[in-house]
Design a protein around this ligand. Structure first.
Ligand code: ZN
Length: 490
């Protein structure tokens, strides 16, 4: 065997073990017996040790020195392996262990603090997590920008400065749209009655099928927080139901199906290799968002969904397809990011991006974080945050040291905007198909242009190859202005 083949064979086993760990995580959130927690922690710990030893195995360094890639895809495989290996080498084992220990504790303290609505309770732990994160960032940055170093885990190639410019262009137009929409006289109907769970799940299954989710290589279960897990031949999703709000279930399903079909559609030649999964968090979110929003919440598709609702629930209090479309896209100025509509969602993310960048740069102290959060929220949303659980304590990310993760949500929306514009100019008949509950013209295009490549290209390169133009926030803003201008008559 050549050095390249030996390295790839070693990597394949590591990837397989990674999939096993992921499946244990899936099991824990879905079907694990409640009494199994302590043993599961030990099982995960044992596997984690095996994974760490494999990722830092000095043979990887030796193979990398002599391996010759047989082709361009092979060269990308080597780039990925080298990138991961060098990052792992840069962070001292002691620091890695301290981060794992501290975040595990911080996660618990955060949950208690949120429950008690007490930021002071969480602040010392958050400071510890932040200090360790900054230490890790310094180790990775090699004298460069700390936040940029962290970003690379989620969005390879992205920089804080570039995101700042893009988000700076988004914010004023989003704030203006938000004001127009909330100031509209038009009454948008709400769905306000109980919808039984069996009926919601029956429609949820139809939606998963409509968006091309392959149940021969996946399954759908329930979980408190919907997620997608796995890649290649076994990609599972979860959804949830809310008695009075069936769209929570429907759009959770479509969103996770977007993530899952992306993984299912990666070129099988990349199975269990570093290229065998989504390109980045941002590109992943672009797929889930375009499925959920530009396709799933479109006038055409909601027309079909309206008929499914009628079949399942009879007359459910919304009279027409147009009313249903408006109800599905109803805007509310809420406190919570995960419940936000398309108009408000990115404003939530922009706030977190600026604050976490200031925290990492040392421009903002943890003690001053709630005040900074509340001031910014009032500025962008026009509402005073009432309690910390509705403000600074609502998200899990910082307790888990996921600094640099938030911007990928909005980047995903921006990419989705770019892809949607390009797709609609290239492919005809998308809306006619959506009106029949068929997504194939759209999802085939996404599969061909994005999904099959896995991690073959860097995120920006991948999107720009697909659209033929530079990544820009403009298509997303134009789409939002047109859609909500129409629904709200503004
Ligand atoms: Zn997502």
């Amino acid at each position: 065997m050549t050095a390249f083949q030996e390295l790839m064979a070693f990597q394949r086993e590591t990837e397989a073990l990674g999939q096993v760990m992921g499946r244990l995580g899936w099991d824990q959130e879905t079907v694990m017996p409640s009494g199994a927690g302590a043993q599961r922690a030990e099982e995960m710990g044992a596997l984690d040790g095996v994974m760490h030893a494999r990722r830092t195995d000095p043979r990887i360094g030796e193979w990398l020195e002599t391996a010759k890639a047989p082709d361009e895809a092979g060269a990308r495989q080597l780039d990925e392996i080298r990138f991961e290996y060098e990052r792992t080498q840069r962070v001292p084992a002691k620091l890695s262990a301290a981060l794992a220990r501290t975040t595990s504790l911080a996660h618990r303290v955060w949950a208690e603090a949120r429950e008690a609505n007490d930021f002071e309770m969480f602040a010392p732990k958050l400071s510890e997590v932040l200090d360790l994160t900054r230490e890790k960032a310094s180790a990775l940055a090699d004298g460069g920008d700390l936040y940029d170093a962290l970003l690379q885990d989620y969005e390879p190639g992205a920089t804080g400065a570039e995101l700042e410019a893009m988000f700076g262009a988004l914010r004023p137009r989003l704030v203006a749209l938000r004001e127009r929409v909330l100031g509209s006289e038009r009454v948008v109907p709400a769905m306000d009655r109980a919808f039984d769970e069996a009926g919601q799940l029956a429609i949820s299954n139809k939606l998963a099928a409509a968006f091309g989710y392959d149940l021969g290589h996946g399954r759908i279960d329930k979980a408190v927080h919907p997620f997608s897990s796995g890649s290649g031949l076994d990609v599972r999703i979860t959804t949830r139901t809310e008695l009075h709000n069936p769209s929570n279930c429907f759009y959770s399903t479509i969103h996770e199906v977007g993530h899952a079909t992306y993984e299912q559609n990666v070129d099988p030649a990349y199975l269990l290799t570093p290229l065998g999964r989504g390109a980045s968090m941002g590109v992943h979110e672009s797929q889930s968002r375009i499925y959920e929003n530009q396709l799933g919440r479109s006038r055409a598709f909601t027309g079909w969904l309206f008929a499914q609702m009628r079949d399942e629930f009879g007359d459910f209090g919304v009279a027409t397809e147009d009313d249903f479309y408006a109800a599905i896209n109803r805007c509310n100025s809420g406190f919570i990011r995960t419940e936000a509509d398309e108009v408000h969602y990115n404003l939530h993310v922009l706030l977190r991006f600026d604050l976490e960048r200031d925290l990492v740069a040392g421009r903002l102290e943890v003690a001053d974080l709630p005040e900074a959060w509340n001031a910014r929220f009032f500025n962008d949303f026009g509402v005073e945050v009432d309690v910390p659980a509705n403000g600074v304590l609502q998200d899990v990310h910082w307790s888990e040291a996921l600094f640099g993760y938030f911007p990928t949500y909005t980047l995903g929306n921006v990419y989705a905007g770019c892809l949607n514009a390009a797709m609609r100019s290239e492919v005809s008949g998308i809306d006619e198909a959506l009106a029949r509950g068929e997504t194939k013209p759209a999802t085939d295009w996404l599969q061909t242009k994005i999904q099959r490549f896995g991690k073959r290209y860097l995120p920006k390169e991948l999107i720009e190859n697909a659209t033929g133009t530079a990544v820009s926030e403009a298509p997303l803003l134009d789409y939002l202005d047109a859609k909500f201008g129409d629904i709200y008559g503004v």
